[in-house]
Design a protein around this ligand. Structure first.
Ligand code: ZN
Length: 339
């Protein structure tokens, strides 16, 4: 993973902006990495950004699919400074290739897996028709309704907070959107892996932040894995040296398990539902704020608010809508406190 991340973040890739020589080099690195694992990757041109998505398939026993996705582009070079995008999103691409390696060597039972390294996720293409994932959704290489779950990774390379914090905090990965497909949260909770704590939260705790937006818009089940925005987010300091390699390796092992379990699921197809799950969000916040409160007075205030909101959760797993602003405040505070 380290070799691929360093190549994607090199001077030669120059920040991987779509339509640039550096973007094309990054694409060929991803293609080669997947080929090296015995896969047969192919390109989907995205003319509006002069770039392309890199796709690969691992066939299953049935013609239904689980997608693993991560964008490989980044902001390019601005004013002579290279934005290397190690956490955003070279780390996720390396995890994608690592999971692909494991799945190609021993294909999952049931569904097949489609791997998607999308181009043009970053501004100025974000949420436009030139965005690689949006282009894919408009021109899918396999019918969208055959993709039962789209698992998107963005910002999954860093640890949360400083080295003095316990692993339950630092090695947290948030998983958003499980509430949108019945059964997904159960698989998430049942899948554990030493070295990482994958914690469910409702998709609406943040605005649509990445490639899953194209699937959510079309009411296709999705899951976003993210560690949130770090201090170096969208700065030239987002470099490989700041990554948490052990956490990334654990995330890859966890994702392999989760994808295998998802491929085996009986439901065909997965249903999309418009459910809200504040309970999972609050339980996950409490798990992180608990250990944090021992070292941070700010976290103690947050913990008290989280407990108060937790007490308001109804049988439908939601808090009264009048209190969502406080929940949003709590999440923003936690993200910046751990950045
Ligand atoms: Zn970004």
């Amino acid at each position: 993973m380290r070799r691929l991340v360093e190549a994607l973040c090199s001077d030669a890739c120059a920040g991987r902006a779509p339509g640039t020589p550096g973007g094309a080099l990054a694409r060929s690195l991803v293609l080669d990495a997947l080929r090296d694992e015995g896969l047969d990757p192919f390109l989907q041109e995205v003319p509006r950004c002069r770039g392309a998505n890199v796709l690969a398939e691992i066939r299953g026993d049935i013609d239904r699919w689980v997608m693993i996705a991560a964008h490989y582009d980044h902001l390019g070079a601005v004013g002579g400074r290279i934005y290397r995008g190690a956490d955003d999103n070279a780390a996720a691409v390396a995890i994608l290739v690592e999971v692909a390696r494991r799945l190609a060597a021993d294909p999952p039972e049931g569904r097949g897996v489609v791997l998607a390294a999308f181009d043009a996720e970053e501004p100025p293409y974000f949420l436009t028709r030139a965005m690689g994932s949006e282009h894919f959704a408009r021109h899918p290489t396999l019918p969208l309704e055959r993709i039962d779950l789209m698992v998107c990774m963005d910002l999954v390379g860093h640890a949360l907070g400083g080295e003095e914090l316990p692993s339950e905090v630092r090695d947290t990965v948030f998983a958003l959107g499980a509430e949108r497909s019945p059964g997904t949260r159960d698989v998430l909770i049942d899948t554990s892996e030493p070295g990482v704590f994958v914690r469910p939260a409702d998709a609406e705790i943040i605005p649509p932040l990445s490639d899953y937006a194209a699937f959510w818009d079309r009411e296709r089940p999705f899951l976003l894995l993210t560690n949130g925005r770090s201090r170096v987010y969208h700065t030239p300091d987002d470099v490989p040296a700041a990554l948490a390699w052990d956490k990334m390796a654990a995330t890859a092992r966890w994702l392999e398990r989760f994808v295998r379990a998802t491929c085996r699921r009986d439901e065909r197809p997965f249903r999309f539902v418009r459910a809200i799950d504040d309970l999972s969000t609050l339980e996950s916040l409490l798990s992180v704020l608990g250990p944090l409160a021992e070292v941070s007075p700010q976290a103690r205030v947050g913990l008290a608010l989280a407990r108060d909101l937790r007490a308001q959760v109804g049988r439908d797993r939601t808090i009264p809508s009048g209190r969502h602003a406080e929940l949003a405040m709590l999440i923003a505070g936690l993200e910046s406190g751990l950045a």
